[in-house]
Design a protein around this ligand. Structure first.
Ligand code: NAD
Length: 230
């Protein structure tokens, strides 16, 4: 029975109305990454960082999963072998679509944590630098998202799954953020069939044995249908 590992990126949520990194009008375009997605940016101006993630949390709460999220939930439910879904996204659209086991490599908007003691809890809709950690009392709360320069979550489990995968698919990701950008290369070298499903050629398309171009809401359900028919 085949082992499937999937990596998703911002592109899978684009048709649900959540902007990707590069969207011209998106939230990301209005802020420098160094200001809102690095530990240094947070130390400089925590209010700005909270404001940015509060806006993203509010936007994500309104968003609904699209056909690509739904197709991956179906694949998890109906595939007869092992299945692992890894997402770089901080939204919860995979869970809203019915995916049961999702590794959020870069954390989640739904989570909050304390920068002083590492305690974690469910994020309120609006966070502020004045909030106190319920455990240690420090005014050092932050979104539980992984910023540039920080270590992504669950890398040991992901590396193990990649080394054993029969099929690895990367969906809606530009292949510019490491270590996720390396997953196709690692899986292919470990013997997996690798496929990239993306709107356009990415920075790592050459690492994949097969590439399909198009909107995630169209090409992902079609691919899932093929896999389940095999
Ligand atoms: P990215 O913005 O760098 O790349 C998105 C990719 O998706 C692009 O290659 C683009 O061509 C493709 N794409 C756009 N619309 C698509 C569609 N409808 N169907 C298929 N593909 C489409 O995003 P990334 O590679 O995920 O990396 C950026 C980082 O940005 C991640 O760390 C992630 O945490 C963060 N991010 C997350 C969200 C989210 O949670 N929804 C949104 C923006 C950024």
């Amino acid at each position: 029975m085949s082992k499937i590992v999937i990596l998703t990126g911002a592109g899978i949520s684009a048709e649900s109305g959540l902007g990707t990194f590069r969207d011209e009008d998106g939230l990301w375009a209005k802020h420098a990454i160094e200001d809102v997605a690095t530990p240094e940016g947070f130390s400089r101006n925590p209010a700005l960082v909270h404001e940015f993630y509060n806006a993203r949390r509010a936007q994500a709460a309104e968003a609904s999963p699209n056909a690509a999220h739904v197709a991956l939930a179906r694949l998890e439910a109906e595939h007869q072998g092992q299945f692992l879904l890894v997402t770089q996204n901080v939204d919860a659209l995979h869970e809203k679509a019915g995916s049961l086991r999702v590794i959020h490599l870069h954390g989640e908007l739904a989570g909050a944590m304390c920068n002083a003691c590492d305690d974690k809890w469910v994020a309120p809709l609006v966070m502020s630098p004045e909030d106190e950690c319920g455990f240690c009392g420090a005014k050092a709360t932050r979104p539980d998202v992984v910023w540039f320069g920080e270590i992504p979550y669950a890398m040991d489990a992901i590396d193990a799954a990649l080394s054993e995968a029969d099929i690895f698919a990367a969906i809606g990701t530009s292949g510019q953020v490491y270590p996720a950008a390396n997953f196709g290369y690692i899986a292919r070298n470990s013997g997996a069939h690798t496929i990239e499903l993306n709107l356009e050629t990415s920075g790592v398309s050459n690492d994949f044995a097969e590439t399909r171009r198009g909107k995630a809401s169209e090409i992902v359900p079609a691919w899932v249908e093929e896999i389940l028919d095999k």
